[in-house]
Design a protein around this ligand. Structure first.
Ligand code: GLU
Length: 480
């Protein structure tokens, strides 16, 4: 079995294409099949090397492993369409020779007129067949005029094209409804996607074409080409499109759609792969967080999703938080450090042991890796900024009572339980309770009224640092 992912390098890898890549990857893993990466770069104006590079980087980051591609020769290359023009030419020459395709000399103006006429008269094909049977003299005349011909594929009338699609079931098209004779090679000699995709899929021995439903309407043209060339067809599976919450095709209007941006925002590739795979398939057990091995064991060619999936940005974030919490300590620590630096902290200036403990504790509160800076502030900023409400609290009677007793209380507690007993002993000493007790206790250590468990926070900070914080607040809000 051989599947493929065939991106056009005309921009960033976005969610829709990433889903196609991920589903092909999972299916390839499941069946121990080859995954071929083919770069469809015949749109010379829009294709760029930078885009190809970024797509490859994003695929690698997602953990997608292709067995053959531009960087991995498997004997079916080249794997960039722009490097295969001589191959395509052989086949277009053959189609012309066999009368299945022909040179068309119509100018842009003539084609515009035909289109308008088709609209007016209700003709189903936009092209009126003008160049279908030109004589040698007529062709010569056009050539002498300097016209550069396109090559058009001759579409037989009223021909039924049946597609047995693994997801859609049987889909039937009539050749009368696909716009008429279509161009397979443009006048500048560049061949057209619908034509070359067929040749590539055959020569690259693709057995299963799994792609987005937006390509379903291209499939009849591709089948006609395959029939004309006498090629065997691959099995098709067209996945329903990914939608935004308004049930329109997912686009930038809905939120982030580029994989590269998800990466820089601090999503984990495992979370993205898990979530995106669910846009093409659903676990029978209804479980949402699944290891890739479990997805591979459950996913199958006959259980790919039939209906459109709505991309739920919140769910993805929730899933990411789950992955951050349950990731291997060492791995997540290494992944979080660059985000901590980006938040402005000089990582090398902290004791490594302390930093690790604080980071591994704070990761439990991060939805994104980039949240780490904000959660680490209570550990790394020894002179925390205090908001108005907290300042009021520290200046209040309860705040002052706590500021004034905290040092003595903390100094006299035993080493192994100072953090756990701190609030209780302050309570005994001051008689304060509830919010008046808990909030100032937290504020004299962290500068904030809310936050993660105070005893845990104090243990990570260590008694020395806690005492320093208290004395800082004492100087800042002296009794008086
Ligand atoms: N190059 C096409 C695209 O990026 C994919 C073609 C295909 O999968 O057949 O949409």
């Amino acid at each position: 079995m051989r599947v493929r992912f065939a991106p056009s390098p005309t921009g960033f890898l976005h969610i829709g294409n990433a889903r196609t890549a991920i589903i092909n990857h999972l299916i390839a893993k499941k069946y121990n099949a080859d995954l071929i990466l083919r770069i469809e770069d015949t749109d010379m104006e829009r294709s760029t090397k930078e885009s190809e590079k970024s797509i490859l980087e994003d695929l690698k980051w997602l953990g997608i492993e292709w067995t053959e591609g531009p960087d991995k020769d498997g004997g079916c290359g080249p794997y960039r369409q722009s490097e295969r023009f001589d191959i395509y030419k052989k086949y277009s020459d053959r189609l012309v020779k066999e009368g299945k395709a022909y040179y068309c000399y119509c100018s842009a103006e003539e084609l515009d007129e035909m289109r308008a006429e088709a609209l007016e008269t209700g003709r189903t094909s936009t092209y009126n067949g003008k160049c279908r049977s030109l004589s040698a003299e007529e062709k010569q005349k056009f050539t002498d005029e300097g016209r550069k011909p396109t090559i058009r594929f001759r579409v037989e009338e009223n021909h039924e094209i049946k597609i047995r699609d693994l997801i859609k079931g049987e889909v039937i098209f009539n050749s009368d409804n696909i716009g008429g004779d279509f161009i397979i090679v443009r006048s500048d000699g560049v061949p057209v996607y619908n034509y070359i995709v067929v040749i590539d899929d055959l020569l690259m021995k693709i057995t299963h074409v799994i792609r987005g439903e937006d390509h379903l309407s291209n499939t009849p043209k591709q089948i006609l080409i395959a029939e004309a060339l006498g090629f065997e067809r691959p099995v098709y599976a067209h996945m329903a499109l990914v939608m935004g919450d308004d049930k329109k095709k997912l686009s930038k209007r809905h939120g982030i759609t580029s994989v590269a941006l998800y990466r820089s925002e601090g999503y984990l590739p495992e979370a993205l792969v898990n979530y995106i795979s669910m846009l093409g398939w659903a676990s029978e057990t209804g479980e949402e967080i699944l290891k890739i091995e479990d997805i591979i064991s459950q996913i199958d060619l006959d259980n790919l999703a039939k209906s459109a999936a709505v991309f739920d940005f919140k769910k993805l974030k929730w899933m990411n938080a789950n992955y951050i919490r349950s990731a291997d300590d060492e791995v997540i620590y290494r992944q979080l450090l660059p985000f901590l630096s980006a938040a402005g902290y000089d990582i090398s200036s902290y004791d490594e042991n302390f930093l690790r403990k604080a980071v591994l504790f704070s990761r439990n509160y991060c939805e994104l890796l980039s949240d780490i800076g904000q959660h680490m502030e209570i550990f790394l900023n020894d002179k925390p900024a205090v908001d108005g409400e907290t300042e009021e609290l520290l200046k209040s009677e309860a705040g002052q009572l706590i500021i004034n007793s905290a040092t003595e209380v903390l100094e006299n507690l035993p080493d192994d339980s100072y953090a756990d007993q701190f609030v209780d002993v302050i309570k005994e000493k001051t008689g304060l309770k509830g919010k008046n007790l808990f909030m100032p206790c937290r504020a004299v250590i962290t500068g904030r009224m809310h936050g993660p468990d105070l005893a845990d926070t104090m243990k990570i900070l260590g008694r020395g640092k806690c005492l320093e914080r208290i004395s800082y607040f004492k100087t800042r809000y002296p009794a008086g």
